[in-house]
Design a protein around this ligand. Structure first.
Ligand code: 13P
Ligand code: SF4
Length: 299
């Protein structure tokens, strides 16, 4: 069976659109109608005229799509594709921390559950975190759940934030030692890393950006070689879009197993059986929508 062709015909029959994150498997990226970072995907879901959104990524992204599109059906080909960082904070824990910091404004990275977003003042992605925090003026900020992205924002704005101790296990595997070894092996290469990396790793990079930021940097740079400090899936798109340039992962260990759960077979079955529908309880969705929309207004 030609899966790509079968998926295309099912998609047309169902008036569906396939959105995929930059970290998904190469063959999933290749059949997606739209490929992007978390911010681009969140914007795209509000613009689509499709009835069904097949989300190839992780659970919090599909939840965001469902929150922003109450009338549409959002499907995930693998319902178990979660994000460990999103599970590093619970509503009870956040409520307790807020009680310790009266008047604090909560800025929540979109890599979080809908229930956490519902308790937040504004959301951000890795592409707009600095601008979002900047938009909060002099307010005291509790930044959740990614301590490293929060730390990066602090260094960019020279402003102290209260940081939640969450992190991305995939990006934490990219150590300063890996950057040094990659630089030794490829001395002419530029180093670009994601802000989910540890501060010590970020300090060694020439550039820091979200997945779309890394793509832009590599496209626009005069350099021919790049060391990439993010999840390995981005290498597929980097190589495809820049065939004359060379890309080396900072480490082969920066793989996100959840992003790799979505396969062409599962997309086919998802569209065929209309599974697995992602829904958010209306009371939570209503409260989570405002901080997401506030973010989309800022940038
Ligand atoms: P961006 O899509 O914002 O680059 O984030 C990376 C990520 O970890 C998504 O899970
Ligand atoms: Fe979560 Fe990290 Fe995987 Fe992104 S790469 S989904 S932050 S575990």
């Amino acid at each position: 069976m030609d899966l790509a062709r079968e998926i295309a015909s099912l998609k047309a029959r169902r008036n569906a659109v396939i959105l995929a994150h930059n970290y998904t498997l190469g063959d999933v990226q290749d059949i997606a109608d739209f490929l992007g970072d978390s911010l681009e995907l969140a914007r795209k879901v509000t613009a689509t005229t499709a009835d069904i959104i097949v989300f190839c990524g992780v659970h919090f992204m599909a939840e965001t799509a469902a929150i922003l599109n109450p009338g549409k059906t959002v499907l995930m080909p693998d319902a178990f594709a979660g994000c460990p960082m999103a599970n590093m904070i619970t509503p009870k824990e956040l409520a307790a921390r807020k009680a310790e910091l009266p008047g604090v404004k909560v800025v929540t990275y979109v890599n979080s559950t809908a229930a956490i977003k519902a308790m937040s003042d504004i959301c951000c992605t890795s592409a707009n975190a600095v601008k979002v925090v900047q938009s909060m003026g002099n307010a005291e900020i509790l930044f959740v759940p990614d301590q490293y992205l929060g730390h990066y924002v602090q260094t960019q704005l020279g402003k102290k934030l209260h940081l939640w101790p969450g992190f991305c296990p995939t990006h934490r595997r990219i150590r300063p030692r890996d950057i040094q070894e990659a630089r030794n092996a490829h001395p002419a290469a530029k180093v670009t890393v994601h802000p989910e990396c540890m501060p010590e790793t970020i300090a060694m990079a020439d550039h820091v950006g979200s997945t779309s930021g890394i793509l832009r940097y590599c496209r626009e740079s005069d350099a021919d070689e790049f060391i990439i400090g993010t999840e390995l899936g981005l290498l597929h798109r980097l190589k495809k879009e820049n065939p004359s340039k060379r890309f080396y992962p900072a480490t082969e260990l920066s793989d996100c197993p959840n992003m790799k759960l979505t396969t062409l077979e599962k997309i086919f079955w998802s569209l065929s059986d209309m599974e697995y529908e992602i829904t958010v309880p209306e009371d939570i969705a209503e409260r989570a929508r405002a901080p997401i929309e506030r973010m989309l207004e800022v940038v």
